[in-house]
Design a protein around this ligand. Sequence first.
Ligand code: ADP
Ligand code: ZN
Ligand code: ZN
Length: 829
Amino acid sequence: MEGLFSVETTYFADVILPVPIPRMFTYRVPRNFVDEIKIGARVIVEFGKNRVVTAVVGRIHETPPAKYQAKYILELLDTEPLITKQQLWLFDWIADYYMCCVGEVMNVAVPSGLKVTSQSRIQLNPDFDHPELLEENEIEFLEILKNHASLTYDDALKFVGETNINTMIKSLIGKHAIIMYEEVKEKYKPKIAKKIRLKRVYEGSEEVANLIDSLTKNVKQQTVVLEYLRQVPMHQLRERNQFGVDKSFFTQGETSDSSLNKLIEKGILEQFEIVVSRFGDDMPTEPVKIELTEAQQQASNEILSNFQEKDIVLLHGITGSGKTEIYIDLILQVLEGGSQVLFLLPEIALTTQIVVRMKRVFGDKMGVYHSKFSDNERVEVWKGVLEGRYQFVVGVRSAVFLPMDNLGLVIIDEEHESSYKQYDPAPRYHARDVGIMLGLKQGAKILLGSATPSLESYYQASTGKYGLVTLNQRYGNAQLPDIQLIDLKAERKAKTMKNDFSGTLCQHIEQNLAIGEQTIIFQNRRGYSPYLNCQECNWIGECEQCAVSLTYHLDSKELRCHYCGHKEEIPRACPACGSGKIRTVGFGTEKLEDDLRIMYPAARVQRMDLDTTRTKNAYQTILGEFEQGNTDILVGTQMISKGLDFDRVSLVGIFDADRMIHFPDFRAAERAFQMLTQVSGRAGRREKKGLVLIQTNNTQQSLLHKVVANDYMGYYNDEIKEREGYFYPPFTRVISITVKHEEQDKAEKAAHWLANKLLEKLGKARVLGPEKGMVERVRNKFLFDILLKLEKDKINIKSAKVFLQEQIDAVMTQREFRGVYVVVDVDAV
Ligand code: ADP
Ligand code: ZN
Ligand code: ZN
């Protein structure tokens, strides 16, 4: 029996291309790759005219494509799969479920450092010093490269000619002579450390002794060897020699470089290189000692016993109950059993204490996957998982794409967070739901955690589909805060308001300042004020492209569109009537910060929102200042509501609760309850009981009373009835469809055409709209929305999706609707 693939047969590979086309494409496997090619390996193929892209092998077979002549695969990049079979399965599932193309999933899933496209650039490796390895034509090519900072793949093609290019590039990469990287992105370059070790022949005790003797005439060289032996005591730990010592150890010390080099020349020591992690292995792990409280231990036991019967468990633990500690305890157990663990966190929580805490326990065994990381760093985590260095990864939503294939546990913390959903571009996936699928497929257990579970998850728990574990006690003696409503109407009447601050809130801020305790002010809207308004003619500053009002930013002295990023200068006079009476209306975080500085000039005020945290470390800096007590008042958006845990915060003031509750969206109440509860949870985390003041125009709202009473169940029972009555999730699945075109008329007609088709098939009750988009126009395109509500028990959602896709294809290919674009969002949040 020969190898799996006999040489006589012609083989074909179906590859996944990184483009939004619904099918795989078939290429012919050149004979010289037949033995090496594997499913999940990357290949370079020509796609379209003169476009060279990286694709991934999805299938290998012997059937030539019926409708076209298969081109040859140009190059094989991996001899081992870069994408595991488990991942290919998951990518297919995502494409299918979220109605997009598997190429789009691949595109988002794989860090760009692992892709080679015609946008790739090639440059000389500045560290290359082995010209003796080069072939004649390679030297020529390097000469050309020397005259350019870098070349695109296409330019290189012109210089070298089609037939040789790929072989040559592969060879040069192999010799470390060139670096290939994505334009606009940083180039992936592994970090290399130079190391020194004793040649193997000297490893024995006798050999070591003889060696030292032989060097008595050369004291300097002897010193170097002795220094080495002090680091690597050969008689005790001979096996440690293979890891050697950093070269820098010698070059920094007293020994001269030249004796070191002599010893290398003589063949006594040798230099070698290793690839080191960019994350530094310097974090000391403390001996792990997790001591759960009685309540935590009980919760942990309940989780484990639930896992005996159920794959998914929801941990409903109030803020400050110490869910992290329970997670750590479970993770340790699973890792000990040899399985992998994936821990998902919302983006913003990842930069906080929880990761520091975990890093202290798991050290360099734990990979961190963050969207603010450079592509290089992401590639390293990816490779670390493939190579088995990271059995445990903490990451944001895109961590579900990592090549883990032996998962024992998937934890999704803050499972209610809507930021788990990717909104744009496709795949519009929900990382909680993908994480669940991923775990189930690999036979792992799944733990969802939240102080304010999503309606979806709590409903599953209440029907018994998920296990439910409740933790109602805060860690230590910490008590839940005292939450009070402030009646803005009454305060306005009594004229006790200062700007947008109620007198009651001011009074408590002042008290807090006096005793040196910290205050958090929450306003879920950034900017200075939402919009500019002319007092004479009522003109409002709007974005030309998006039909939304522009937000006034004092810092940068500009008006900015929060949808498309468009900026303009602040007009001195009204652009419509010329009047100078233009005023800001409402308030954002920036305005509140400003007011506070004026009202309390001695107080140290800081702001945390998207605008103040754009740079990589800004977030940590602001938090650090606050943590160390250098900030008295922190003003922030929802960013401050997550994962923070401070000792001295005894007051939280909440603005704009009413707008949250009445936002025109069926999830508004859910989001408001979650947000208000989470923000309140920042108050009084230790012995002291904190105070939360919620400013409202209507103190009668029942949702607010549920927040005040910390009554999750009450809120849940109210809300679940509403959802059932109006056919909203979790009783239905919603699919949101957006039809776009530059001409309003065309977009509207196409939307009606599509809605009618859907109506005929699915019935009136299941199709809402089309309606003008909540924002009518974004980036110069008019939007029309259709919402499908599909009951889980009465309709086959799979075939409904197939039907929907057919209708969308029909719209987009009709002449009448040329240029119309349709976006589908399954399980829109
Ligand atoms: P949650 O995520 O449930 O809101 P945390 O995990 O952030 O709560 O815990 C709140 C605080 O209590 C943290 O400072 C944490 O370190 C501390 N804590 C919780 N449980 C323990 C424990 N068993 N031992 C020591 N400290 C704990
Ligand atoms: Zn805009
Ligand atoms: Zn005007």
